[in-house]
Design a protein around this ligand. Structure first.
Ligand code: SAH
Ligand code: SF4
Ligand code: F3S
Length: 461
């Protein structure tokens, strides 16, 4: 019987991608995946440190696993990911979770086979966390979890040091992959049949500044869109400061780069933005949004916003609400500020915190506003026909397909049992528009050829 592994992943798409690379290494070692923790021989907890809540979930899960380990003494437990880069986590594990066999970080996950071997020899928890990142490692095996969308790293780390954020500490300095291995990876994915590709980084807009010769994200996307079989090309996450006019023009002209632009604003107050070290003002951000809206047809805009940053006044928050009303995002990810040890803002939180009830109340007001705007934006799609890439069956209803538009909106499509539509593009006439998803019916046969960019207007039946 091959040994079985289970990986629990918290956090962002970069962590999901790291999980795929760990899984690929385990497959090569002869392990096989299991969808449950209770029958695994090896459990890896791939952690996220971005907010306290993410950490609490991981701590809770690590604690729970003590019982499983008591029942199965041969079970191996490993903690990986961004929390492992924090000395506080390692100290906590040593003190409260000695049932963990191995702790390793984001910079040495490519050495998983060696780490597992060494942990086997060790009586106590083996801790092998690198403080700094080495060179980019290519040609790692990978076990992709998603059969329809594929994610490809293009840049690791972050040099921005937003004052609230832990990521530059857990992921190290920016390192870009060369264009050639990225091109080869995407080409191989397209040959495997992946049509929807997302390139990944904490700040994809600074891609290539550290390469020789220097290149940028626009160059990379232009190169990738030449690959046959790639239909939709996405990129995440963007930093507004580095989002160049050249990139906007490249997206506008491209037939494959999707018209979804995620531009985290974080706050609508220039004073708060300055203290966040975002290096743009509200006016500069709004000017960028104007240029994006002008150049890119039917662009769908989304964002990230933090409320309750230390010292955020009611007037600052009102500016955030105002900005949301001006931009009219299709969706926003909204967060309550969470102090991260070692970051500058965590020290300010000690002196000038926004009280918890105020944070919560602001979050509620912001969400209420955004939900209304999202709902209204979706109403405008009623009656239109959109190309949708079907990803699978709806989790709630097996009689319904679930897919996504190029603008990244989830669409539920009535299912005709005769045809398997997974990984196919279908034209869907939108007949329901909710805050978080759309619903519709398939029009005609699955589409072939490149997905149509412009919506086709059809009357509602
Ligand atoms: N690199 C990306 C995403 C980083 S993490 C970017 O810069 O956009 C994703 C989001 O989490 C951030 O955009 C921010 O809105 C939020 N976030 C990061 N640190 C946070 C903190 N300490 N408290 C609350 N939200 C935080
Ligand atoms: Fe964090 Fe800012 Fe880097 Fe994003 S750009 S990962 S928010 S430091
Ligand atoms: Fe979390 Fe690390 Fe991603 S802190 S958001 S998993 S980079």
């Amino acid at each position: 019987m091959p040994e079985k592994y289970f990986i629990k992943t918290y956090g962002c798409q970069m962590n999901e991608r790291d999980t795929e690379i760990m899984a690929g290494q385990l497959d090569e070692l002869g392990y096989s995946p299991t969808p449950h923790d209770y029958d695994a021989d090896l459990i890896i907890i791939n952690t996220c440190a971005v907010r306290g809540s993410a950490e609490q979930h991981a701590f809770g899960y690590i604690g729970q696993l003590k019982q499983l380990k008591e029942q199965h003494p041969d079970l191996k437990l490993a903690v990986a990911g961004c929390m492992a880069q924090e000395p506080g986590t390692v100290a906590w594990i040593k003190r409260y979770a000695p049932h963990v066999d191995l702790v390793f970080g984001t910079h040495n996950l490519h050495q998983l086979p060696r780490l597992l071997d060494e942990a086997e020899e060790h009586q106590e928890t083996l801790v092998d966390v690198w403080k700094t990142a080495g060179d980019v490692v290519e040609h790692l095996p990978s076990h992709r979890n998603d059969g329809v969308r594929a994610f490809v790293n293009i840049i690791y780390g972050c040099d921005k040091f937003c004052t609230y954020c832990i990521v530059p500490f857990t992921r190290g300095k920016e390192r870009s992959r060369n264009i050639t291995p990225i091109f080869e990876e995407v080409k191989a994915l397209a040959q495997e049949g992946y049509q929807d590709i997302t390139v990944l980084g904490q700040n994809v807009n600074s891609y290539g500044h550290d390469l020789d010769p220097q290149v940028d994200l626009a160059d990379l996307l232009q190169t990738l869109e030449r690959i046959d079989g790639v239909r939709w090309l996405r990129y995440t996450t963007s930093h507004p400061r580095d989002f160049s006019q050249r990139l906007i023009d490249t997206i506008a002209e491209s037939k494959k780069i999707t018209h979804h632009v995620h531009l985290p604003v974080q706050s609508g107050s220039s004073g708060i933005l300055k203290r966040m070290n975002r290096k743009y003002t509200k006016e500069q951000y709004l000017d960028l949004i104007d240029r994006v809206k002008q150049a890119i047809d039917d662009v769908s805009l989304t964002t990230d916003i933090i409320v309750g940053f230390p010292g955020e006044s009611e007037a600052d928050f009102a500016e955030t609400l105002d900005l949301v009303k001006t931009v009219r995002y299709d969706a926003a990810f909204t967060f309550i500020y969470s102090p991260r040890e070692g970051t500058p803002a965590a020290r300010w939180e000690g002196r000038d915190p926004v009280p918890n009830p105020v944070k919560k109340e602001r979050l509620n007001r912001l969400m209420e506003l955004q939900y209304q705007i999202s709902w209204e934006a979706n109403q405008k799609l009623l009656g239109l026909t959109e190309p949708v890439l079907i990803e699978g069956l709806s989790r709630k209803d097996p009689n319904v397909w679930a897919g996504r538009t190029q603008s990244n909106k989830v669409v539920l499509v009535n299912r005709d049992a005769r045809e398997d539509l997974i990984d196919r593009f279908v034209a869907v006439r939108i007949e329901t528009a909710k805050t978080f998803y759309l619903g519709g019916v398939q029009v005609g046969a699955p589409l072939s050829g490149p997905a149509p960019r412009r919506r086709v207007e059809l009357p509602l039946l």
